[in-house]
Design a binder for this molecule. Sequence first.
Ligand code: GLA
Length: 389
Amino acid sequence: MKCQERFQEIYKREPEAMAFCPYRVCPVGAHCDANLGKITGLAIDKGIHLAYSPKLNGVVELCSLQFEKRAQFHVRDVPRHKQGDWADYLRGATLKLAERYPLTHGLSGVIEGTLPIGGLSSSAAVTLVFLKALCQVNGIQPEPLEFILTSMAAENDYVGVSSGKLDQSCEVYSKKDHLLYLDTKTDEYELIPTHPGMKPYRIAIFFSGIERTLTGSKYNMRVDEARSAAYAMMAYAGIDYGKFSEANLRAVPREVYEKYKERLPENWRKRAEHWYTEFDRVELAAEAWRRGDLETYGRLSFESGQSSIVNWETGSPELKTLYDIMCHTDGIYGGRFSGAGFKGCCMALIDPAYEQSICEQVTKEYLQAFPQLEGKYNVHICESANGLI
Ligand code: GLA
């Protein structure tokens, strides 16, 4: 791996260990987690590798093959506020882990991401792979849920993105050839095996050619709009409510939504409409996967994509174009923007027999629409994979 070679060049010795965290896709269940809904998802066989060795003096010193700036800080002297670069995820994770465990050792390492950034949750993957290494050098063995919550807390409280636990959960719990079905409110989850009668599939990733970060997008605003809908409906219905930041649509029964939805401002109603309909789609999708019905699962993923465009109102022109092309391309069961949908990529579940024609058709039509993205747009065909643990 390139990260091992780079480590060798910098430190003139082999790294003592390697860690890997996969990326994730969420074909059905988008934009549900911050309001405590249910999700389905899979880890893929691409992700972030970390070649590292412990540092006994407590210093963390990491460089990335993707980003210029090197991260350097001491595990017991992490800046309290974010610095505005990729290493904020590492700083935040260190602070959050240090709230629960005494940290003595740092590490030196090189990070390598295997795909372009955007839509596959490389931010959760970089945080998790680093946490795993930091735990290993400090002799700590957290439970899977602790990895998820620590990584999420770093993103929420330090980086400042109001994300839920979808990304981390898919990247931690997933199992090859299984679908993760998770309730983000109760943390109950199930790994639904791929039915022996299910048609074969692969996961295609179509990168729009535009990379993004969630900080600076309307991601947080959308979450707040959905929370606002929840807060307003709780007030209309006389349901007890606490802090605004803790309000969520899961606390508002469907009947309350049906009764009061017309009173909500149009934008808030649309966000809630996505959330409630996606809740239903997730349940149907899990059942479809259970009985090996890939057509239905795929159709629900297309519907999820459509609702994200119409109701959640995400999607750059590039992603919407990719989505439209996917919808009329033979051999695609279903798909949608992967992740938040501001930039990044679309994912699709495809019939492997059509792999070549799908790649050719999507590429041709997309580059006709966005010729300036030639050389930046790219396609990757992936398989499901095991999570971090
Ligand atoms: C991003 C966030 C997740 C989730 C998705 C949308 O990936 O980090 O928490 O909200 O967007 O489903």
